[in-house]
Design a protein around this ligand. Structure first.
Ligand code: F6P
Length: 326
């Protein structure tokens, strides 16, 4: 038997499609086990401001298909201070919260880890970010939707690239991670992909474009991760123009459109599995752990490990993309 009677759920950091499906799963699994469930609005910031409200099973009806987060979100600077965390703890105690489910990325997990070390309210974390940069899970909630949104946009840009015989540089999100760019690049058959994790020399791009021109390939697509170490899409395009003018080039930055929209079925299922498991694990006594799915099985990783390790996209996939795009 667990002492947990009231649990709270919150979303924090950048919103990601599927967060609502995870919240729904937490609330309904809690209800199934006879627990009271609360939502904390605007992440850690709301915890500090005492924005903690009851969430019943019907409150999470008709949200499985909605992007964004009904609980709202924030990036809280105040939670990084001991005073902020003390205030948050006092508000949680006043509301009678016994345990929490945190949904977000590495910043969210860092906050949860520090809080777990200082205070006696158990937390488990669910990886919710489009960046797919969290260790201990094959995929994060939101990644699949984001790459499908990005690829749809690239397909549309490709029509113009083809019609006008242009070279397009498309910049995608991912912060310091290249997962979105790699998947988007492979999925769109890009001629070249620039990732933060691996250096792609400009000469390699020049080479690809010269060969393409020789083979009478009239247009080309290049995908650039926003965190690419050798420069963003605009910088790479400018440097290329100084070296090679075989194509008229254009730059598109996809931006926040990648974060919004209805979650894909993959993200809804992933979020449902993780939200359900979060409550089951808390009742079993699990705390200070990030949950993920690895090889189709639930995987528990201590927050400390999840935030200290960096997940790297496979270099072999980049190599494969080069071979396939000639
Ligand atoms: O972490 C998700 C993400 O969308 C990153 O890909 C991006 O770098 C960042 O958030 C943008 O954050 P914000 O919306 O706060 O500018």
């Amino acid at each position: 038997m667990s002492d947990i009677k009231k649990i709270a759920v919150f979303t924090s950091g950048g919103d990601a499609p599927g967060m609502n499906a995870a919240v729904r799963a937490v609330v309904r699994t809690a209800s199934y086990h006879g627990l009271e469930c609360y939502g904390i609005y605007r992440g850690y910031e709301g915890m500090i401001n005492g924005r903690i409200r009851p969430l019943a099973t019907r409150d999470v009806g008709n949200i499985i298909q909605r992007g964004g987060t009904i609980l709202k979100t924030a990036r809280s600077m105040r939670f990084m201070t001991a005073e902020g965390r003390q205030l948050a703890y006092e508000n949680l105690k006043a509301a009678g919260i016994d345990a929490m489910v945190a949904i977000g990325g590495d910043g969210t997990f860092t906050g949860a880890h520090v809080f777990n070390q200082e205070y006696d309210i158990p937390i488990v974390g669910l990886p919710g970010t489009i960046d797919n940069d969290i260790c201990g899970t094959d995929y994060t909630i939101g990644f699949d939707t984001a790459i499908n949104t990005a690829i749809e946009a690239v397909d549309k840009i490709r029509d113009t690239a083809d019609s006008h015989s242009r070279l397009f540089f498309v910049e995608v999100m991912g912060r310091h991670s290249g997962y979105i760019a790699l998947h988007c690049g492979i999925g769109s058959g890009a001629g070249c992909i620039f990732l933060p994790e691996y250096d792609t020399p400009l000469d390699e791009l020049v080479d690809v474009l010269k060969k393409a021109n020789e083979q009478d390939k009239k247009f080309n697509m290049v995908i650039v991760a926003e965190g690419n170490a050798s420069g963003n899409a605009m910088e790479i395009a400018n440097r290329l123009n100084e070296k090679y003018d075989g194509y008229e080039s254009k730059v598109t930055i996809l931006g926040h459109m990648q974060r919004g929209g209805a979650p894909s079925c993959h993200d809804r299922v992933l979020a449902s599995r993780l939200g359900y498991s979060a409550v089951v694990e808390l009742l079993k006594g699990t705390r200070n752990m990030a949950l993920g799915i690895v090889n189709d099985e639930l995987c528990l990783t201590p927050f400390e490990e999840a935030i200290s390790q960096t997940k790297q996209p496979k270099s072999s996939l980049l190599e494969m993309a080069r071979i396939l795009s000639i």
